[in-house]
Design a binder for this molecule. Sequence first.
Ligand code: P71
Length: 469
Amino acid sequence: MHDVPKTMGQQFGRRSWAEPWKIKMVEPLLQVSAEDRARALRAADYNTFLLKSEEVYIDLLTDSGTSAMSDRQWAGMMLGDEAYAGSRNFYRLEAAIQRSYGYRHILPTHQGRGAEHLLSRCAITPGQTIAGNMYFTTTRLHQELAGGTFVDVIVDAAHDTANRDPFKGNIDLDKLEALIAKVGAANIAYVSLAGTVNMAGGQPVSMANVKALRALCGRHGIRIFLDATRMAENAYFIQQREPGYASVPIAQIVREFCDQTDGAWMSGKKDNLVNIGGWLAVNDWTLYEELRNQIVIYEGLHTYGGMAGRDMEAMAIGIEECLQDSYMHSRVGQVQYLGELLTDWQIPIVQPVGGHAIFLDARAFYPHIPQHEFPAQTLAAELYLDSGIRAMERGVVSAGRNPATGDHYYPKLELTRLTIPRRVYTQAHMDVVAESVKMIFDRRGETRGLRMTYEPKYLRFFQAKFERL
Ligand code: P71
């Protein structure tokens, strides 16, 4: 006799929910044999960035540019106006951003880091400090290349994977005040605020926090620029967790949040549901003029900035779609589903589960592997070997080296990210992923770490090479 099977909803004492879409087109997945996986991983020098996509079964490397577009977006692609200047699609995109995020002046960029580059060049004077809620790899690098120094002022809870605070992305206002007292407000270029903090595990910032931040920065004349890459997902958490927002639509929460800031940059490859593209938006005309001047050097004319007309159209439509409550419920709900399974099996993951990914706590997974033997990189390798699932290291390899001392940065968080693409995989895929994680967890004691054999100078995680110890 076996127990009567139950749906997930029944197991958790609630009604099940489902995606607010059905599938119109499918792309076959390739199963790769264990032998081929072992060979492929060796050829990729134990770096999942160096695997060929054809060698991967379920690809959880990133949620960046991996979304499935809707039929409306594909239809929009056919309406591309590829004029060099003044494309109709630019004005549609501009209007979508102004309406949904509320900023005044808009510049398209080829992707998020194009926008980071321009903002860093124009808003940082060499020697200045940028305060932010945890670093992001490309963001910090552009700030450093512009002569700035990034200082992390996120709440301490963000560094503790077991702490279940609902808003672990918040800025610690006392840390920020202390920094202002130390370096002086004039030496702070801006606050670099990320909506859902990627490196902390996709953790959100509360509305109360951004409002208090606005008040503090207002007193000192410091600007706030928002990394809006996953701001819509942040708004979902505000709706779910912050008193007073349960019946406020996500679209309205995004506006209210953005209104506390002076501008934003965006990797459209995430929330905005496109495969390529980004944007930069500011309210201040003088700053905009300078950005508009620079964009023609590094990206393209200010009405396309590195994007094709058709891609701007798809992004304009994606902006509308990503702000729908039913979409966001299923999007974050799928991530939470995987998180619930792993949590029930007592597998160490960052809690609470964030918006775009499950972050496995590689330190807790492999307590016997010291950080300089790259536990999170090891975990990603093990997962691939077990099932062909591709994950991403987010630990000491990603953190890179301190440019002043040349030492590794040793981040407190040593994580392996299972990133869930938007509208791409089903609940059954999540089950397969969960079972593979469980499999490697059960044999974790036998796993050995890695040695780095090749290290690129910038953003080393992309191309670094390793061998098994
Ligand atoms: C992600 C990515 C893509 C990525 C970037 C660097 C290393 C590995 C993977 C990109 C982001 C992001 C945030 C919060 C800016 C960018 C850059 N994330 N801010 O998570 O998450 O945007 O990739 O469009 O240039 O896999 P870009």
